[in-house]
Design a protein around this ligand. Sequence first.
Ligand SMILES: Cc1cc2nc3c(=O)[nH]c(=O)nc-3n(C[C@H](O)[C@H](O)[C@H](O)COP(=O)(O)O)c2cc1C
Length: 335
Amino acid sequence: MQQKGETMNTANIETTFLGMKLSSPIISGSCGLTSKLPNLVEMEKAGVGAIVLKSLFEEQITYDIQKNIGLLSNMEYGESYDYIANHITGYEIDNYYSLIREAKRSLSLPIVASINCVSYSNWVAYAKRLQDAGCDAIELNFMVLPSNVETSVDDIERLFDDTIAAIKRSITVPILVKVGKYFTDMAKFLSKLSWSGINGITLFNKTIDFDIDTNNEALKPASIISAPQRLYETLRWVALLSDKLRCEISASSGIFTGDDVVKALLAGAQTVQVVSALYENGIGHIHDMNEYLKNWMEKKNYESIADFRGKMKVKNHDNSAFVRTQFMKHYAEIE
Ligand SMILES: Cc1cc2nc3c(=O)[nH]c(=O)nc-3n(C[C@H](O)[C@H](O)[C@H](O)COP(=O)(O)O)c2cc1C
């Protein structure tokens, strides 16, 4: 939609992602904003290319079951537990199912469902159910924090391998895997993951963070909004990996401006996901980011995203700086 005072721009920002056609490489990432239909409608109006819905969390369902069981302590435990557990699980999955169906009825852009499970069987069961609802793809929100001293790299790799293989056998829609940064062998692991038959990897999810309240000596939630500096790690890994992976990359974390979108595409991302930027600036910000991208392309005489995507990835450019980690004088430019 053209806004007052804007000139007509001919740069084409359409792209493909996971085999789907997108009107823009900007995707609304999974968050509270993508759990409500009116927001999804607003996102489409603002020109977003696709939407990843808020994750369906198995852990949340378990929590809700425990809370309700706690309220009914005088009931016969065994039978009432099964009854309540089935009821709550059905209710929460049905709500998610309805959101997908309503979104597909009301919008014409791709809708990506998102799940995060604990048990192997539920990863598969939820994925199947959401595919039945009509989502165009599924993002597996696979954040792992290796905080247990007993857990080895092999355990974590096996968890990914087994779960993804089982889900792949059960659904036919494209699979996007969203990961965090906690891997000892990140490049090798993500390269292997990209050969597992998945269609894309989202780099990166972020953890929910906690701070310490020194007055009360208690924990308090840290800001949920990303710091803009998160962009640099995203760019580093997209640039390092985009030529190495067998699947597409969706860049996520620290993307706040249209210029950040350009950077991620230059690094080799197929799409970008925005979340904190929408909490900070509102959903209409997507329109401004699209306009920035078009104006930048016009200024550079690029007609399509393919004309410049990946120009700064590690194979095409002397990007040895991306593998630098130490503050040697020559690189840090400061004593
Ligand atoms: C309030 C909030 C809720 C989120 N909920 C989810 C979620 O349900 N599933 C998920 O995969 N990521 C979730 N995320 C993570 C975002 O999708 C995104 O990966 C992360 O915020 C980094 O992107 P950003 O820097 O653009 O915020 C959430 C983030 C925020 C701020």
